[in-house]
Design a binder for this molecule. Structure first.
Ligand SMILES: Cc1cc2nc3c(=O)[nH]c(=O)nc-3n(C[C@H](O)[C@H](O)[C@H](O)COP(=O)(O)OP(=O)(O)OC[C@H]3O[C@@H](n4cnc5c(N)ncnc54)[C@H](O)[C@@H]3O)c2cc1C
Ligand code: FES
Length: 264
């Protein structure tokens, strides 16, 4: 397990993406190469009235700047405060936290299943694989949102050369429907033992992705979200039931779990 660090750092760059989504680049940070796809940070802004830190997946690292990126959506008090941060402002982060994704074999076809704010860790995983010489045509990136504005960083994804499959519920971008529908069609015509599934997104989408993995015997991993008061395995505020019995802490044993490991 990677040792985590708690430290003050700065907003190096802030960008408003679409709708209520923002990108923040934070640094300088030591040991940035220890951050792997699937890891998350636990963030606090100074002088806030929000008691607990909040968790955000690492969306990218920039080793030459000793910096990392998070992408977030404004949904409540903390994310609203984060959206007002400016370049040079200080934040405090605990990083890297949690268990990272396991990379697929190069001979396997990866199916990325991203929904809403589940997109950042899968984008990091994709870019990480590209840097390690994976063939981009072995990655099918299925990205679902309610509407066109929920599908972020399209040109960045396209630049990686992966096969991009956008899906929106209202049909305003890409195919219309739920993201898991085209995935099932895709899976049906493939050799199942050459596939690997990676999913992160809303609960319903994770459940559907988990079921597809189980139904078609496709191994893979899901990155879960849960309320995380401490983020370091102490408070038990983030536990989820395991199919084998007992519970696991999403912040410590997760957030990445194997398909079929957790009761969803
Ligand atoms: C491991 C992990 C990784 C995460 N990675 C990211 C990430 O990369 N980007 C990101 O934007 N968020 C991510 N989240 C979710 C993020 O932690 C929450 O959005 C954040 O805690 C909300 O804080 P808040 O104070 O703004 O909202 P709160 O006041 O805590 O919540 C406001 C309202 O929004 C709802 N809400 C909370 N979270 C979400 C959500 N994710 N989507 C929709 N509604 C929500 C709550 O139920 C509540 O009704 C991650 C969570 C975990 C556990
Ligand atoms: S958030 Fe405290 S144990 Fe996971």
């Amino acid at each position: 397990m990677t040792k985590s660090t708690c430290r003050d750092t700065f907003v190096i760059h802030k960008k408003k993406l679409q709708n209520d989504y923002y990108s923040l680049v934070l640094g300088p940070l030591r040991k940035i190469n220890h951050c792997q796809p699937g890891h998350f940070i636990h963030l606090q802004v100074p002088h806030t009235d929000v008691m607990f830190r909040r968790a955000f997946s690492i969306a990218s690292i920039f080793p030459e700047q000793n910096a990392l990126e998070i992408i977030f959506k404004v949904v409540g008090r903390m994310t609203r405060q984060m959206s007002t941060l400016k370049t040079g402002d200080t934040v405090n982060i605990l990083y890297p936290l949690g268990k990272s994704f396991t990379l697929p074999r190069k001979s396997e076809t990866s199916i990325m299943v991203a929904g809403g704010v589940g997109f950042p860790p899968l984008m990091f995983l994709t870019e990480h694989m590209m840097k390690r010489g994976y063939d981009p045509k072995t990655i099918h990136f299925f990205y679902g949102g309610r509407t066109s504005a929920d599908i972020l960083c399209r040109s960045r994804l396209k630049r990686t050369g992966v096969l991009f499959h956008p899906v929106t519920e209202d049909g305003s971008f890409g195919r219309q429907g739920l993201v898991t529908e085209p995935i099932e069609e895709f899976i049906k015509f493939r050799k199942k033992d050459k596939l690997r599934l990676y999913a992160c997104g809303p609960e319903g989408m994770l459940k559907a992705a988990n079921n597809l993995g189980l139904q078609y015997h496709i191994p893979g991993q899901l990155s879960l979200e849960a309320p995380m008061p401490c983020g370091i395995g102490v408070c038990l505020g983030c536990v989820v039931p395991l199919t084998a019995g007992g519970y696991a802490r999403v912040c410590a044993e997760g957030p990445v779990f194997e398909v079929g490991e957790v009761v969803l």
